[in-house]
Write a protein that binds this ligand. Structure first.
Ligand code: SF4
Length: 356
């Protein structure tokens, strides 16, 4: 059951306005792209740096990560890869909480980001100043936070989860008889609650990209493409999730394009993921699920404006200047490390956890 305790208000209008006001970097002309890729690759090597890019970043950054021995992944695997790679500098192309997570796990490494302005609406919706007192007011609940949160929020949590293991972790805790306080995504929390039946108090944050997907238009699209499978990220609204053939993390959705026999996929997540999907399943048709972008001008229709702030040019300038280094206060880092490490241990030992 979902708990009805009074939750702090989230200022969705303000967060949406922030997303709409992002100034995107200029598009790199095709004739400059190869030279910039080469320059970035050389700088990475010179500086003993490795690039870890999220699936939602620009295709040129994903290509650079692949060509330079780096990695493209979801936030759980980004954290894992950065931790295990021997490079002394990690360059994280994504949004700020991803850089912070890399620093939490790698205090001895320099962690750089192409920009420090890359926010996340989920992170913004859950400021530590209101989250920590709310946790303190609900001491009977195990605090589970999504990776899309600040280091300070992670430091207050008992567990950090990504979408790839959130349901399994909550199911595990539910079977141990624990009640959950989940933050910050209300749609992911609602999906986990319905899937596990756990007693959950759910923070009311949302992702500006995923909440734009529209169920009615998706139904019409399904009629037009009866051969298509619908792939949905669980940060989407419940009526969109209800129409999915597969609900899962970015990695799970990419895997579905490989494993399902359907010739066409309708995808409800950030369209940056199409780079990897088209690479993995080149003969299949990948279509964007309908969103508020039809006839509208929103910045966050199927593409995160903050992810789009990462570019080849600002990555090069970061490597040249050494600016945009992520710092996390050591006391916060050490407390956040406990909840992040719990997630990594759970992911490694899934079979033994699920037997408990
Ligand atoms: S796509 Fe949504 S959840 Fe992901 S970084 Fe952007 S705002 Fe945050």
């Amino acid at each position: 059951m979902a708990s009805t305790a009074t939750l702090p208000q989230v200022d969705h209008a303000h967060i949406s306005a922030m997303a709409e006001s992002v100034t995107l970097p200029p598009v790199v002309p095709h004739h400059e792209r190869e030279a910039l890729l080469l320059q970035a690759k050389t700088l990475l090597k010179q500086q003993d740096a490795v690039l870890v890019a999220h699936y939602y970043t620009d295709a040129s950054l994903q290509q650079l990560a692949e060509d330079s021995g780096g990695y493209i992944s979801d936030s759980l695997d980004m954290a894992r890869f950065g931790h295990e790679h021997p490079a002394s500098t990690l360059v994280v192309a994504g949004v700020r909480f991803m850089g912070e997570t890399a620093k939490i796990l790698n205090p001895e490494k320099r962690v750089l980001m192409p920009t420090l302005d890359a926010e996340c609406s989920l992170d913004l919706s859950c400021p530590a100043e209101s989250f920590i007192p709310f946790c303190d007011a609900n001491p009977d609940r195990t605090v589970v936070v999504y990776a899309n949160t600040s280091a300070a929020v992670k430091a207050r949590a008992d567990w950090v989860v990504t979408s790839s293991i959130a349901t399994e972790v909550v199911s595990h805790l539910h079977h141990l008889g624990q009640k959950i306080l989940f933050a910050p995504d209300k749609y992911l929390g609602d999906y986990i609650q319905r899937t596990t039946g756990a007693d959950m108090l759910i923070w009311q944050g949302s992702c500006v990209v995923h909440e734009q997907f529209k169920a009615r238009e998706l139904m019409e699209m399904k009629r037009r493409y009866p051969e298509a499978a619908v792939l949905v990220h669980p940060e989407s609204p419940p009526d969109v999730i209800a129409l999915a053939d597969v609900v899962g993390s970015t990695s799970a959705l990419i895997k579905a394009t490989l494993e399902l026999a359907n010739p066409t996929f309708i995808v409800a997540t950030d369209n940056g993921i199409f780079y990897k999907m088209k690479q993995m399943a080149p003969h299949k048709q990948i279509l964007e699920a309908p969103n508020a972008g039809i006839g509208a001008t929103c910045r966050s229709c199927a593409h995160c404006p903050w992810m789009a702030l990462n570019s080849l040019r600002n990555l090069i300038s970061t490597l040249e200047s050494g600016q945009n280094e992520i710092q996390v206060a050591e006391d916060v880092r050490m407390r956040a490390m406990v909840s992040v490490q719990r997630m990594l241990d759970f992911a490694t030992n899934r079979p033994s956890f699920s037997k408990k």
